[in-house]
Ligand binder design. Sequence first.
Ligand SMILES: NC(=O)c1ccc[n+]([C@@H]2O[C@H](COP(=O)([O-])OP(=O)(O)OC[C@H]3O[C@@H](n4cnc5c(N)ncnc54)[C@H](O)[C@@H]3O)[C@@H](O)[C@H]2O)c1
Length: 241
Amino acid sequence: MNRVLDKVCIVTGSAQGIGRAIVETYAAEGAKMIIAVDMQEASYNESNIRAVTLDTTDKEGVISLIKSVWDEFGRLDVIVNNAGITRDALCNKMTDDNWDLVMDVNLKAPHYIIAAATPYLMEQGSGSIINLSSVSGVYGNIGQLNYAASKAGLIGMTKTWTKELSRKGAKIRCNCIAPGYVETPMIKTVPEEIIEKIKNKILFKELVQPIDVAYAALYLASEESRFITGQTLEISGGWLM
Ligand SMILES: NC(=O)c1ccc[n+]([C@@H]2O[C@H](COP(=O)([O-])OP(=O)(O)OC[C@H]3O[C@@H](n4cnc5c(N)ncnc54)[C@H](O)[C@@H]3O)[C@@H](O)[C@H]2O)c1
C-alpha cells in the first residue's frame, strides 16, 4: 500500500518509541521524504528518511528547519508533533522546573512548529497535523499533573488550529491521538508491579505497541481520513477509569 505516497512529512521525537514506528511506517507507505527530528542522534537505512538532530524547544532552529523543508520540497503534507516528556510527581511535590520543562516540550514546541509551518500550509491549502496527546490528558492521572495538563492543552490547541487554519478554505486537518500505556522507552522506568496494575485497568490486559499508534498516525495522514478534523482518537485497548 502507498497510503502516504509522495507526501513530505515531519515527525518529531522520532529516534525511538512511537515516533520511530511512525517514521518507519510512513517510509514503507511511500512517503517522498520523512524529516525525522529528535534531540538524540539517530540513523535510518531507508532512503526516504532523513534524521535531523534538533531540540524542538529551539524556536529559531524550528523556524529554519521548516523553511528549509519548504524551500527544498515546495510541500509540507504531514506534521506529527510526537516529541514529549514526563516529569512525574504528586501535585504538592511538583517543582516549578519540572512544570516548566514539560510545558515547554509538550506544548510550546508544537506551537513553535505549527506557527512556523502555518504560512506554508495556508499557501499549499492542505495538510494533516497529528498531535500526540494521551489518556492522561483526557482522564487525568495520579502523579502526572503537569503531563496531564500539557496533553489536555494539546487537545485544545488542536481544536483551535483546526478552526484557525481552515478559515480561508484551506483543508488543513488537525487531530490528536491519545494513546494509553505504550510499551516504549518512556515507560521503562515504571516498576513492574505498577505495570501489572496498569494492565489490569486495560480491557485487553496488554500494553499498546508503538505500531498500533503508528497505524492510527498513518490513517490520519492518509486521504482516507480527509474529512476527519478536530478529533481525538484514543488507542488504549480499552482504558478503564
Ligand atoms: N509511551 C506511552 O505510554 C505514551 C502514552 C501516551 C502518550 N505518549 C506520547 O507519545 C509521544 C511519544 O512517546 P514515546 O513513548 O515514544 O516516548 P519516548 O520517550 O520513548 O521517545 C520520545 C522521543 O522524543 C525525543 N524528544 C524528547 N524531547 C525532545 C525535544 N525537546 N526535541 C526533540 N526530541 C525530543 C526523545 O529524545 C525521544 O527520542 C510523547 O508525546 C508521549 O507523551 C506516550
